[in-house]
Design a protein around this ligand. Structure first.
Ligand SMILES: Cc1cc2nc3c(=O)[nH]c(=O)nc-3n(C[C@H](O)[C@H](O)[C@H](O)COP(=O)(O)OP(=O)(O)OC[C@H]3O[C@@H](n4cnc5c(N)ncnc54)[C@H](O)[C@@H]3O)c2cc1C
Length: 392
C-alpha cells in the first residue's frame, strides 16, 4: 500500500489530521490498534476551546456539536463557602467554551472520514514505524492475520502517550521534560442532570473537586485523591458524600446523586518531548505532550498541533516548500509550554498541596486575587477560552 501521509492512531489527533488533509487533497491512511467502538466510547476530555470549535465547524464536522454541545460563557471558582464567577465571554470579547465530549468529536470525525471514502484500519496489530530518516518511511502492521506494509512520504505519530512512534526515534534525539504531581483525580460519570449550568472548580480544605458535565443528563465529577488511591476503597456512597462536602457552600446549595456509570483514577502529570519531529516522523498531541486536566487543555492542544502540521504539509504538497515542516516543532512547542504553564498554575492553585499550610494560604490568596482583580481574571479567562492559533 502507498499513501502520502501515514497516520498512527485514530484518537482526536489522527482523525482530525486525516480529515483536514483530505479537505486539502492530501491522501492519508490511519492505522489504529483499538476497535472503532472502543474509540467512539472512550470517555475523556469534554471542554473545547473557541478555536477548536471554530476549526471543527469550518472543516464541516461541527453540525452535531452545534446542536448538542453546551456553550458556556463562564466558569465558577468556589472557595471559602462562596462562588466567584469568571465571566469568560465578558473578559475575552465574547469568546466561549463548548462542552462536547471527546468521544463525540471522535464519532463525528470517523463518520466524516468514512463518508469521504477514507482509509481507517481499526484493530491492527504489531504496528512498527520504519525508515523515518529516509524519503520513503514505512508503517508495518498486521491486519486480520496478514502482514501489511504502508509506504508513505511522512508519518504522523498520533498514537498517544503509550504509542510506538516516540520510542521509534533513536536515543539521544529527544529530550523529555516531566513533572509528576503528588495527586490524582478520582472521576465519575453519573446519570444525573448537572447541579450547575457552568463548571465549578471547588478549592476546599479537604481537597479539590470539579463539577463538569457531558450533556443535560450526564454529570462528570472529580475529586482530588492520592496517586496510589485504591478505587476499592471508594464505593459510590463514599464518593457522593465526599463530593457534597467539597462542594459545600454557605447557603443550602446541594448536589443530587445518581447512578455512577463509570469511574476511574487519572494521574496528574506534565510531560513534553522536544523536538516534536525526527526527520519524516512528526509527533502530534499526547504522543508529544501531556498536561494535567485542570486547565481542560489536552484535546485542544492536540488540535493546535494538527493545525500547524496540516498547514506545513499543505505548503509542501502545493509548492515543495519544506520550511514550514522544519518549523513544526518550534511553532507547536511555543504553545505547548504556554499551555503547560497555565495547566500547572491552575493545578497548583486549586489543589490541596502536600507542601504545608504556608503554600495552601498562598494559593487561597491567589484565588482571592484572581477573583478580585479584572486584570488577573482576564489572564485566566483568555487562557481558558484558548490562546490564538499562531502557526508561524
Ligand atoms: C483518562 C483521561 C482523562 C482525560 N481527561 C481530559 C479532560 O478532562 N480534559 C482534557 O482536555 N483532556 C483530558 N485528557 C487528555 C485528552 O483526552 C488527550 O489530550 C487527547 O485524547 C489527545 O488526543 P490524541 O489523539 O493525541 O491521543 P489519544 O486520544 O491517546 O489517541 C491515541 C490513539 O492511538 C492509538 N494507539 C496507541 N498505540 C498505538 C499503536 N501502537 N498503533 C496504532 N494506534 C495506537 C490509541 O488506541 C488511540 O486511539 C484525558 C486523558 C485521559 C487518559
Amino acid at each position: 500500500m502507498r499513501t502520502q501521509v501515514g497516520i498512527v492512531g485514530a484518537g482526536p489527533s489522527g482523525l482530525l489530521l486525516s480529515h483536514l488533509l483530505h479537505l486539502r487533497g492530501i491522501e492519508s491512511v490511519v492505522v489504529e490498534i483499538r476497535s472503532r467502538r472502543y474509540c467512539e466510547t472512550r470517555i475523556r476530555a469534554g471542554v473545547l476551546e473557541q478555536g477548536t470549535v471554530d476549526l471543527l465547524s469550518a472543516s464541516g464536522v461541527g453540525a452535531r456539536m452545534a446542536r448538542e454541545g453546551l456553550v458556556h460563557h463562564g466558569i465558577v471558582l468556589r472557595f471559602g463557602g462562596r462562588d466567584h464567577r469568571i465571566d469568560l465571554s465578558g473578559l475575552t470579547g465574547g469568546r466561549t467554551i463548548t462542552v462536547y465530549g471527546q468521544h463525540e468529536v471522535v464519532k463525528d470525525l470517523i463518520a466524516a472520514r468514512l463518508n469521504a471514502g477514507g482509509d481507517l484500519f481499526f484493530e491492527v496489530q504489531d504496528v512498527e514505524v520504519l525508515d523515518v530518516d529516509t524519503p520513503a518511511p514505512r508503517i508495518r502492521f498486521g491486519r486480520a492475520g496478514t502482514a501489511e506494509e504502508l509506504r508513505c512520504d511522512f508519518i504522523a505519530g498520533c498514537d498517544g502517550f503509550h504509542g510506538v512512534c516516540r520510542p521509534a526515534v533513536p536515543p539521544g534525539v529527544l529530550t523529555a521534560y516531566e513533572h509528576a504531581f503528588p495527586l490524582a483525580w478520582l472521576g465519575i460519570l453519573a446519570q444525573v442532570p448537572p447541579a450547575s449550568e457552568e463548571l465549578i472548580y471547588s478549592s476546599h480544605d479537604r481537597g479539590f473537586a470539579l463539577l463538569s458535565m457531558r450533556s443535560p443528563e450526564l454529570s462528570r465529577l472529580y475529586l482530588q485523591c492520592a496517586p496510589d488511591e485504591d478505587m476499592n476503597g471508594w464505593p459510590d456512597k463514599r464518593i457522593w458524600d465526599e463530593l457534597r462536602r467539597r462542594f459545600e457552600r454557605d447557603d443550602a446549595w446541594t448536589l443530587r446523586d445518581g447512578p455512577v456509570l463509570q469511574k476511574g483514577i487519572t494521574a496528574m502529570r506534565s510531560f513534553v518531548v522536544a523536538p516534536m519531529q525526527y526527520e519524516r516522523l512528526f509527533l502530534v498531541g499526547d504522543a508529544a505532550h501531556i498536561v494535567p486536566p485542570t486547565g481542560a487543555k489536552g484535546l485542544n492542544l492536540a488540535a493546535a498541533d494538527v493545525m500547524v502540521l496540516t498547514r506545513a504539509l499543505e505548503a509542501f504538497y502545493a509548492t515543495g516548500r519544506t520550511d514550514r515542516l522544519a518549523r513544526y516543532s518550534e511553532v507547536c512547542l511555543r504553545r505547548v509550554w504556554k499551555v503547560q504553564r497555565f495547566s500547572w498554575w491552575m493545578t497548583s492553585m486549586l489543589h490541596r498541596s502536600n507542601d504545608g499550610e504556608f503554600f495552601d494560604r498562598l494559593h487561597r490568596a491567589e484565588l482571592d486575587y484572581i477573583t478580585g482583580s479584572r486584570a488577573a481574571s482576564t489572564a485566566l479567562a483568555e487562557n481558558y477560552v484558548g490562546l490564538p492559533f499562531d502557526d508561524d
